[in-house]
Ligand binder design. Structure first.
Ligand SMILES: Nc1ncnc2c1ncn2[C@@H]1O[C@H](COP(=O)(O)OP(=O)(O)OP(=O)(O)O)[C@@H](O)[C@H]1O
Length: 595
């Protein structure tokens, strides 16, 4: 429960919306209790007037009495309706304040979590799966809203109504009050119990549903593989099994839900019978009037919903507490990569690795071992090496997606950990190995790093990335939608759009992580040529598999199993006749065989 204390700051923030809400709850309950008393008066009036009416049997005045009697009953009836309308009005105000505020809190909390997510490092995203991250912003926040809105509203409502009704009942007759309230705790406990079962079953269904949706989502994403391996029938059967489980759980829930209302009606019926029986005895003893029995029956019925809601509210609070616990876990996660220096900084582009080692925190894989190298401003560094040798890890470390375990990375002779991270990243263009494009227009994808969409710059970047002609061939050119809502691009086109996105920023440092793998050698040459012009005087790092891509680099690092096996320029490395030489010879041979 202490987890929910986190939300108190929101209650404080919205106190001027919530306090009137509480006042409206209290007022509305006054108008809920008064009608019962009017009904009692009307009931007693009926009793008395029937006796008087009978007294005037055979007299002319009898009709007059009937008229007075009828119009006074009408007046009482009208009064009850009027009170109900006033109560309804306050109930409306109550919802407009408390429930409305709960939506504001939901909005605030969602934004707070989302903003916190943005600060967390890559390692955090590796540790937690996307579904879980999404659930905490959507499902968990919704459950918490049920606490800050309905749960609190119904709790106050129940408490106020209980107090008012118990005072009214005890004022009439203590014994009858005790007897008619007796079954209600039993009702609350039963409802709580049934509700817990319902919740338990609902959660099971929810889990089944998410398994079912993941199954469907995966089959849609992998439809090409499924069709080419002719696995449609197998998957159809798999879907049937998943659906069957979902159906079984749902049927079990329906069975429990079917008990809910009968149990509630049984308990209320029991209360009514007891009220009539004990009330009848009290009337015979002359302690109360018959109208009091009617009044009590109205009270008991009015308490039914609040008592039922008590069980419901308890489980709402429990679920909200569990959800808030999950949310707090994330909110309390401190970002591993921090930005301690907000001072503006001019990035020049000199990079130095000094005895750097790095172990991936989640897998314990030692990806980089005691690496040292230097790139001066304006140089082109190339990194080559076998798959898994640690090339992308170096790119990640330069982007400060992770912090090094040992050693130091410095940018312009300052430790990377001490410079303004945002300023640094905004001056660094990064083209990751796995291309990610947003479901948006090509133009907006390229302009992603800019503050404003500048068409001229977008076109220029597209030309430099050698993708301009492809884009112009589409009907809507730069306005073409890509992703789920639009066209599908080829691997090479995606890579080149991703390159355009990086160079449009006019970065001081540019990192290409194996992003020329899906383009042909001619296009690759064109891009590298353009890059030479765009990045003149600026630092570039190219990670590649083909020696031909990196031959002209100022410095080449040959990585092997997380270590630098060789470094130097092309000629130096060729003269060494080591790993690089072997790689070159092998690739040359492959090319000759192909041509
Ligand atoms: N996010 C990660 N979490 C844990 N381990 C990782 C992660 N990324 C890479 N690794 C591991 O670190 C090692 C180096 O990987 P890295 O991606 O740097 O290699 P690479 O040289 O870029 O390979 P490739 O040429 O295939 O892209 C590998 O053993 C890999 O399994």
């Amino acid at each position: 429960m202490k987890e929910l204390a986190y939300l108190n700051k929101f209650f404080l923030k919205y106190k001027w919306q919530l306090l009137p809400g509480v006042v409206f709850v209290i007022i509305s309950n006054f108008f809920a209790v008064i009608p019962a008393q009017i009904i009692r008066i009307a009931f007693d009036l009926v009793n008395e007037n029937i006796a008087i009416y009978r007294l005037f049997n055979g007299f002319d005045k009898q009709d007059l009495i009937l008229d007075i009697f009828g119009s006074s009953l009408l007046l009482f009836g009208g009064l009850v309706i009027l009170l109900a309308i006033i109560r309804g009005l306050f109930l409306f105000f109550m919802r407009q304040t408390i429930i409305l505020t709960s939506r504001h809190i939901e909005f605030d909390l969602k934004n707070e979590i989302y903003q916190h997510y943005q600060k967390l490092s890559l390692a955090f995203y590796r540790r937690n799966n996307t579904g879980d991250l999404m659930n905490r912003v959507t499902e968990d926040v919704s459950r918490v809203r049920m606490y800050v809105g309905p749960a609190i509203m119904y709790t106050i409502n129940t408490a106020v109504l209980f107090i008012l009704i118990i005072i009214a009942m005890v004022n009439v007759n203590l014994k009858l009050a005790i007897y008619s309230l007796l079954p209600l705790p039993l009702l609350a406990i039963t409802i709580y119990y049934v509700n817990s079962i319902i919740n338990h079953k609902s959660e099971k269904i929810q889990r089944r549903l998410s398994t079912l949706s993941s199954f469907v989502q995966e089959t849609f994403s992998g439809i090409r593989v499924i069709k080419s391996y002719v696995k449609e029938e197998t998957l159809k059967k798999g879907f049937e099994v998943e659906s069957e489980d979902y159906k079984t759980e749902s049927l079990a829930l329906v069975k429990v839900q079917a008990f809910f209302y009968p149990i509630m009606l049984l308990m209320v019926g029991l209360s009514t019978i007891i009220t009539i029986y004990i009330g009848g005895l009290q009337v015979m003893d002359g302690k109360i009037s018959a109208g009091n029995i009617a009044e009590f029956i109205v009270y008991v019925n009015q308490l039914t919903f609040p008592v039922t809601s008590l069980g419901w509210v308890t489980s709402l609070i429990q679920r909200a507490a569990a959800s808030q616990k999950r949310i707090n876990e994330f909110l309390k996660t401190e970002p591993e990569i921090t930005n301690p220096n907000p001072n503006p900084i001019d990035i020049k582009g000199a990079i130095k690795f000094k005895n750097v080692s790095f172990i991936y925190p989640d897998t314990g894989i030692k990806a980089i071992k005691n690496i040292s190298f230097e790139i001066n401003k304006g140089e082109l560094l190339a990194i080559i090496g076998r798959t898994g040798s640690g090339k992308s890890t170096i790119a990640n470390l330069i982007m400060r997606m992770y912090d090094v375990d040992k050693g130091e990375i410095s940018i312009d002779n300052q430790n990377i950990k001490h410079i303004n991270l945002e300023a640094y990243r905004s001056k660094t263009g990064f083209v990751p190995q796995e291309v990610f494009l947003f479901s948006d227009t090509i133009g907006r994808n390229i302009a992603f790093g800019l503050d404003e969409l500048d068409h001229l710059k977008v076109e220029e970047a597209a030309k430099n990335a050698a993708v301009y002609k492809n884009i112009m061939a589409f009907d809507k050119k730069f306005e073409t939608y890509i992703g789920e809502r639009g066209i599908t691009l080829s691997g090479g086109q995606k890579q080149r759009i991703s390159i355009a996105r990086a160079i449009i920023k006019e970065p001081e440092i540019l990192i290409f992580d194996d992003c020329l793998s899906a383009v042909d050698t001619k296009t690759e040459e064109e891009i590298l040529n353009n890059l030479g012009k765009v990045m003149k005087g600026k630092t570039s790092i190219i990670i590649a598999h083909r020696v031909s891509t990196i031959k002209n680099a100022d410095k080449i690092l040959v990585l092997d199993n997380g270590e630098i096996a060789e470094q130097g320029n092309h000629d130096e490395l060729m003269n060494k006749k080591g790993l690089y030489f072997d790689l070159y010879e092998k690739q040359l041979l492959e090319e000759q065989q192909l041509s």
